[in-house]
Design a protein. Structure first.
Length: 324
């Protein structure tokens, strides 16, 4: 096949990413199932599909990638891909933005509903045969307040659904701006002030140097005792010991977590046993068909790449998140 050489990492011709066949009509698609194969294949590649691989594979081989111009990530977050030499280069990086936004928003809303209705404890009680209780006073989500920290596509999709349920919403981002979903987005220096108004706090942040451990003891102390915390961004944005202390000490009322500082979450983590915590194994966006949808983004971008058109879902590699 003529066309640019494209390497697909973490796959083989016998087990390719689902739906990748149209890419073979646009480019010379080659597969690199391991680091050694990638180190050879990347030498004359113009593009790389980061399907299933480790950052070290690419980082170790990057000095051989003299013709590489574009990397497509199979994830929305790119903290697991970026490394200093890539950030300093002219290689374009794109992500899978748009595939996971609405499914993750549905998970976040589901977790809020579980806390408000007590469904998370009802299910646990049922497994113990002790589900019938007279303690049936529950909350209404309507009238409560959601603070979204990270007003990107996931945060916006969650806020839209929260408003439909009668919640009020506000957002904290990098800078003050007007927004058609949130109205006014507050800058980061107003984070603790916004947290003080929250019944629910959604962490939808990418992991960057600016967001690492942003949710620390001071942030949790700023929240009302009845607030619940939801993390669908990255585990590294949270000081986990501070979160555990806030949960155990009654500083906040609960947490629903899909991402963690260490994954898989170690069996020794206290988060498993805290009653007011919902532990989810980094799967809140993994709906049926997500693999095909991600490959569809890659194939669409490959067509743009071949035709010399602007790529979809460009990443600001200096700051570590998608733009536009």
């Amino acid at each position: 096949m003529s066309g640019p050489v494209v390497v697909v990492s973490g796959a083989t011709p016998d087990s390719p990413p689902p739906g990748i066949e149209p890419a073979t009509e646009l480019a010379d698609v080659r597969y690199a199932p391991d680091a050694a194969t990638l180190a050879t294949a990347i030498a004359d590649a113009e593009a790389l599909f980061f399907w299933q691989a480790q950052r070290a594979w690419i980082e170790d081989a990057f000095d051989r990638a003299s013709t590489l111009r574009w990397i497509q990530s199979a994830s929305d977050g790119v903290d697991g891909l970026l490394f200093p030499a890539l950030v300093a280069s002219d290689v374009s990086v794109t992500n899978a933005r748009g595939v996971f936004d609405e499914p993750i928003a549905e998970w976040a809303i589901g977790a809020m509903c579980a806390f408000a209705t007590g469904l998370h404890t009802t299910i646990v009680d049922q497994t113990r045969g002790a589900g019938w209780t007279d303690d049936r006073h529950r909350e209404r989500l309507a009238g409560q307040h959601l603070v979204v920290v990270g007003p990107g596509p996931i945060g916006r999709a969650t806020a839209t659904r929260a408003r439909a349920l009668g919640l009020s919403v506000e957002a904290v981002g990098r800078s003050v701006r007007d927004d058609d979903v949130f109205g006014r987005v507050q800058a980061g220096d107003r984070l603790h002030e916004a947290l003080g108004r929250a019944d629910h706090v959604l962490d939808a942040l990418p992991l960057t140097e600016a967001t690492r451990n942003l949710f620390d003891a001071q942030a949790f102390a700023a929240m009302p005792p009845g607030a619940r915390f939801y993390n669908v961004g990255r585990g590294g944005t949270v000081d986990e010991p501070a979160l555990i202390e806030a949960l155990r000490g009654g500083g906040i009322a609960g947490a629903a977590l899909d991402v963690y500082a260490e994954e898989p979450l170690p069996a020794s983590s206290p988060l498993w046993a805290i009653p007011n915590v919902i532990v989810s194994p980094h799967m809140c966006g993994d709906i049926d068909g997500w693999e095909e949808a991600v490959v569809g983004v890659f194939v669409d971008n490959l067509g743009r790449f071949v035709r010399g058109e602007p790529l979809r879902n460009l990443v600001d590699t200096d700051h570590g998140f998608g733009v536009g």
